[in-house]
Each structure stands twice: as structure tokens, then as C-alpha cells.
Design a protein around this ligand. Sequence first.
Ligand SMILES: Cc1ncc(COP(=O)(O)O)c(C=O)c1O
Length: 467
Amino acid sequence: MRARGPQNQPFRVSHVTPIDRSRLRRLLADERAAYAAAHPRSAAAYADAHPHLLGGVPMTWMNMAAGGFPLYLKNARGARVTDIDDREYIDFALGDTGAMAGHSPEPTVEAIVRRVQDEGGITAMMPTFDAAWVGADLARRFGPPVWSFTLTATDANRWAIRLARQVTKRPKILVYAYCYHGSVDESFAVLENGRVVAREGNVGAPVDLAETTRVVEFNDVEGLERELAHEDVAVVLMEPALTNIGIVLPDDGYLAEVRRLTREYGTLLIDDETHTFSAGPGGATRAWGLEPDIVTIGKSIAGGIPIGAYGISRALSDAIYADKDADIEDVGGVGGTLAGNALSLAAARATLEFVLTDEAFEGMIDRATRFVEGVNGALEQAGLKWTVSQLGARAEYRYADPPPRTGSESAAAADTELDDYLHAFLANRGVLITPFHNMALMCPQTTDEDVDRHSEAFTEAVSALTG
Ligand SMILES: Cc1ncc(COP(=O)(O)O)c(C=O)c1O
């Protein structure tokens, strides 16, 4: 979800065009003033909410608002949202992928109403027919044949890690520096002079992360082999491309090396497709022919109704059931009371069957390509050496050239002030991108005209910056 790097790192001049800081601060102050003037109702609602909400918001990351306070949602449909000041936006943030199917897609809404109103029964600890349909469809899309459900992608990762530890009898997991996989305690680790340390700002680590976690840089084959050679890693938890520290794409052949090495050292491999699902109907796993032991996913697959899922190989499923030490039905606590509920699965079935279809992805990816072209045109015109990366229906600009190859390189190119300026500028012109770094995602209803609105506003934003 969020992944800011070290705050306001000085630019490395060899990588990016230097920006006039005092000019940037003046522009940001102007945009914040315009934002405040345009949103009196959101400002008042935010002020009133403070006494009884932690941080004044339902969830603390909603405070990552470039304009100074969050916009309150009035309604949303397709690629559009409207705030309580009646201002409409083209939404490229799409709930940071939770709404990749578009806001309130009709088939999903119909299935929800059918389940909740016509049939009745939201959660009952009883299976419904939708579960087997969704399991089969996820198997068709991503490969692993056996699926289980959670309520969030975070939980899918947590449960997959527990099962991996149980089956391999190994204690550690391996992650990539500056990854994000939800609030999985083991994963908030980075490298400092080759040592595993907690990432700056981590909250409430239960133990020293070096005890639970090995960390490598993305695209570093040698580092991965060195760490796996300890033969204490139960599972590598990775996104096939990092998406939470900008987009960091894999080098040619890198993911094949990850698979080869994990097999060689007896380590399981999780592809977390929560965001990389944007690569196509079967995510990066299918688009790039990957063969993970486990796929985890969440966010978008039920059109925004909470759900997560993990898919495993038949061999892993057999190993879990063969292990008589593990009680996966009761004491082991693999599960959540509301997981696999009737509503989540009705929504997932409709979303997968009718909304996030192969045809829909074609259009979404075309729009993202147009988005990238628009951004490149604006950067060229402004003479800015930044770069933009695309992952199917997702695109992101980063203040670095060439594009970063590791999470740490990408973190070093972070610039919160510049992010805030661009986000506030775009919001003031009716365009939303994610409130952390610069991610834009296309949903089935995003149009060429929507993309062009971003290109125009972005062109204006960067030319104001460079004068
Ligand atoms: C790759 C990845 N995995 C897992 C998660 C966790 O998702 P959730 O917060 O919905 O549990 C995120 C959230 O951003 C993510 O980006």
C-alpha cells in the first residue's frame, strides 16, 4: 500500500534533473491554498472527526493527503469519484488497486444485492457454490490448482507464510528491500551495510527482524543465492515486479533465476499478485510464465468487497494434510471467522466472470500505454530526466533515469515534496493518483479522454516546475 523511501533524499544529479526547491515550495503552497479553498466541506468534516478517530480518519493512511486533509467521498462509479464538495475526479488511484474493477461495477453490485437482499446470508461459516467457481477461475488464471480464502491480501500472505514454515520446518522468510506485502511483521526489513534492520518508521516489531527475515535487493541473483544457501528460508515472498516503491521491473531472466535457486535450496516461492494482477488476466504469473508454489492476491478480485486468497500447488496441499502435527482446522488458527464468507465470494465470482475479463484487460493495458506516452511527451517537453514504468494496466513515474533496478535505488529517488506538489496540482484539476508515490491504474471504464486529461494536467504541472 504505502512505501515512501527515505524522506526528501537529495537528488543525485547524475540520475535526475535538479529542481529549484524554493520554486517547488512556492508552487506547493499555492496548490495547497487552492485545495483548501475548493474543499470547505471536506476540511470541516475532517476537523469534526478528530475527537473519536485515531488521527482523525477511519484508517491512518488516509492522512497521506497532499492537500493537507483528505477528501471525503460522496459517491463513485466506474473511473469517477465525487467528493462532498461536489467536485468530480478521474480516479487513477482506484483505492490503490482495491477498485481496479472500477467503482461499484454493475455485475458485482447485482451479485451483492442478490446475496444480501434476495437470498440473505452474509456470513455463516457454511460454503456456497461460488467458492468452488472462484477457486477454479483463479486456478485457470494463475496456475496453482488449490485455493483458500481470507479477507485481505495481508492475511493471505500471513497464512501462506505460516503454512510454508510448517511444511518446510524452516524458520525464516526472505523478502526484498523496500517490498510491501501488507502488515506482515517479518517483511518490514531492509539492508543497512549488508545487515538486516527494520525499515525506518516500522511499528511494534515483535522481535529483531534479523531473527525472522533475510533480505536481498531485487534483481540481485548472487545475493539471493548467498542468502538461500543458509538453507533456513522457508519461503521467498515477492512481487514479480516491485510496485510499492515505484515500479521496479525484473531484469530479463531474473525471475527464472529466482525459481531455479529456490528449487535448488528447497525454498518455497510466493508470488504476491495483489498489485501485479495489473499485468493481465492471470497477473504477472501468467503473463510471464512463472511457476510459483503459492500465489497470493486480494484487493480487486471482489470488486472492492474485502477478500484475499492464496493458491497452492497440489504437492503443497498434500504436504499440509500429511503433516499430522498441524491442526489446520482448529488449534492451528489458519483462518479467520469471516474468511470465505458468502458475500465476498458472490462478489468475487461476479467480478471475475463479468468485469475483470480478458477483453477488459486489453482496454486497460491500452489506456496505460497511452498514459505512459502522455507522461513521456510531457517530460520531454519540460526537459526533465525522469522515467515512467508500465506494468500492464498500471503505470508510475519516478524521479530517476534510468529507472531503478532495486528497491533501495528506487527509495533513494523518493521525493515527498515533489509527490505532494504533483498530487495536489492534479487533484486541483480533477485528477487523482495514489497518495503515495505516483501510481496510476486503469479500470475497465477508464477512457482515452480520461488519460488525456491526466496528460494535459501533468504537462502543465511539470512546465510550471521547470519554468
Ligand atoms: C503487494 C501487496 N501485497 C499485499 C498487500 C496488502 O493488502 P491489504 O492491505 O489489502 O491487506 C498490499 C497492499 O498494498 C500489496 O501492495
